[in-house]
Design a protein around this ligand. Structure first.
Ligand code: BDP
Length: 602
């Protein structure tokens, strides 16, 4: 269980948070000699590197862009003398894929996993009223014992090449904001909310709260509305508040309250933590996905954190454009394929009323460098009978815990995706995922639905893991990887045949298409269409939608992908994956207009 506090940094009368973003020092460490050479004390001959950002696309040589191995970041920071007697922490939104952190040469934290936050308690190591040196030793190698899965090979010249078993570029670096934080010794460590709506036969809501602190003093909680008016209060670390006439958080019509937990000592507030939250329920009712008890059809995209030059570095401007484009298409949902995104994405989605399927970075659990092709064609392998499996499962479960701990209070998050396209056909996979799902079931106070995205091998007849899912997510490429081009006429038949086989199982749960799409070059048009043209992408989508509209249990369509994105090089990728409905610079392909029209009516 996670004991460290992962609360997002805020500023108020009891807490201070300073952004450490900007230009850091940087250096590659291809021989992994930095620790022996004492680089944790001072990084020799560094170059400059923006934070947050991926390092890859700033460079002009392939060795640097494609670098695999260990690399270092460093910066100076000033810790105010007035912070004496408080807890002082440094918080990283993420470092890809693992990191060791030093302050003034002393190791203060280490973390595995490139897409979730962690903090270093630097209270002991910090020099108050002086400059301090913060250093990060990071590493972006991939293996079959960590997620996302892949391999690292050393070339004869000693250079390491990192190969992901997945279809996105292995962007690395400090991708999200870094904060220096001051907290009180006794402070709020975590909180969880869950809701009941429609109480007393009307519009009242119950807000169940749990607050975790690290001290003995009493806790008080309050809820304020958007006008700043207090609408409910409660006492203790565990309890329930009633909100009369609650304004619900609705899909694409969000209403946010501010939740505050305070630790008090008589009239004095020792610590106070506030965050915006939304009152809403999510549930699976038969074949429907419900928000506030009403069915919602999911319309939207699988996305990536990916943009020109920045790679996977978070930028508010990119997020803003993405939300504007998604709203323009009349979307209401996206999946954080294939890893938890920067926390700011969820804050944005809370405000904009978007639903999120939040995905853990469990991708690449098919031992293939071209698994997107193999998966699309339904090739089967066994993956979970390997020697590294216990280690992998431990890392996987740890990241499920960290993701749920981080994101559980966001109203936008309505489901947890615990995998993308793993092997799910062997008995080993069944055992593996049973353990992962069992672990996840204990973590969410809101008991949100659990799911995972199944590739073609996870079929009604061959797959062994779909019964673990509360609703079933399918990634399917009929009309692209199979039955593409001259065979397109068979695509609809085959997709229908598969859906008929699912229907025959009478599972009684909703199905969501979490991927379907066709690579499309924004430059290409042809009449009649051929693969890769904008006309083909539209015909592909029209065919798929015809099928979706004939099965009531299909309750969502998330197109692959929102935008073109960078991948590793290969004969099937034209400088990246081109299945975007928008280009990488976020301009619409013809398909965007088709979606906008369909989703306005759906
Ligand atoms: C699926 C993967 C996704 C790929 C996509 C594709 O889940 O990451 O990008 O196919 O081939 O296999 O475009």
């Amino acid at each position: 269980m996670l004991t460290e506090s992962v609360l997002y940094p805020i500023n108020n009368e009891t807490r201070q948070s300073l952004l450490l973003d900007g230009l850091w020092n940087f250096r590659f460490d291809p021989k992994d000699e930095g620790v022996i050479q004492g680089w944790n004390n001072r990084l020799p001959a560094p170059i400059s590197m923006p934070v947050p950002s991926s390092f890859a696309d700033f460079f002009t040589t392939k060795e640097e862009r494609d670098y695999g191995g260990t690399f270092w970041y460093e910066r100076e920071l000033f810790v105010p003398r007035e912070w004496e007697g408080s807890r002082i922490k440094v918080r990283f939104g993420s470092v890809t894929h693992r990191a060791v952190v030093y302050l003034n040469g002393v190791e203060v934290a280490s973390h595995e996993g490139g897409f979730l936050p962690f903090t270093a308690d630097v209270t002991e190591a910090a020099r108050l009223g002086e400059k301090n040196i913060l250093t990060v030793r990071a590493n972006n190698e991939l293996s079959e014992a960590a997620i996302p899965c892949g391999m690292t090979v050393t070339r004869p010249d000693g250079r390491k090449v990192v190969k992901g078993y997945f279809d996105f570029f292995n962007y690395s670096g400090i991708h999200r904001s870094v904060w220096l934080m001051r907290e009180q010794e006794e402070s709020v460590q975590d909180y969880s909310l869950s809701y009941e709506i429609g109480l007393n036969g009307g519009t009242d809501a119950a807000v169940h709260f749990q607050v975790r602190t690290n001290g003995p003093h009493p806790v008080r909680v309050t809820l304020h509305d958007e006008e700043g008016k207090e609408v409910a209060r409660g006492e203790g670390t565990d309890g329930v508040m009633t909100v009369p006439n609650a304004r619900l958080w609705q899909v694409r019509n969000a209403y946010l309250y501010t939740f505050t937990a305070e630790i008090t000592d008589g009239g004095r507030v020792i610590d106070s933590y506030s965050e915006q939250v939304g009152i809403r329920t999510v549930s699976i009712e038969g074949e429907k996905i419900c928000v506030n008890g009403k069915p919602v059809y999911l319309k939207g995209f699988g996305k990536h954190e990916d943009f020109e030059v920045l790679g996977k570095g978070f930028h508010w401007g990119v997020a803003k454009r993405d939300f504007e484009c998604m709203k323009w298409t009349n979307a209401n949902c996206f999946r954080t394929s294939h890893y938890p995104y920067a926390e700011e994405w969820y804050q944005f989605a809370d405000r904009e009323g978007f639903l999120i399927i939040d995905e853990v970075p469990a991708v690449g659990m098919l031992p293939s460098l071209m698994n997107f092709v193999d998966a699309g064609q339904g090739k089967t392998y066994s993956f979970f009978d390997r020697p590294d499996m216990p280690k992998l499962k431990q890392v996987h479960i740890a990241q499920v815990e960290e993701m749920i701990a981080r994101d559980k209070n966001h109203p936008s998050v309505f489901a947890w995706s615990l995998f993308n396209e793993p092997e799910t056909t062997s008995e080993f996979s069944k055992e593996y995922f049973t353990d992962v799902f069992d672990a996840a079931r204990k973590l969410d106070p809101q008991n949100r639905p659990l799911t995972g995205a199944l590739e073609k091998g996870g079929s009604p007849d061959g797959g062994r893991c779909h019964s673990l899912c509360d609703f079933i997510c399918l990634n399917r490429y009929y009309g692209w990887y199979i039955n593409g081009g001259v065979d397109f006429d068979d695509a609809e038949k085959e997709l229908r045949a598969e859906m008929d086989r699912w229907a025959a199982l009478k599972l009684g749960v909703p199905f969501v298409f979490t991927e379907f799409g066709a690579d499309t070059l924004a430059s290409e048009h042809k009449l009649p269409s051929v693969m890769w043209t904008q006309e083909y992408q539209n015909e592909y989508l029209e065919m798929t939608f015809r099928v979706f509209d004939s099965y009531d249990f299909i309750q969502g369509e998330l197109v692959w992908n929102f935008a073109d994105f960078q991948t590793a090089e290969g004969i099937l990728r034209v400088n990246g994956n081109k299945k975007g409905v928008f280009t990488r610079t976020r301009q619409p392909k013809d398909a965007a207009f088709l979606l906008r029209k369909r989703w306005a009516e759906k």
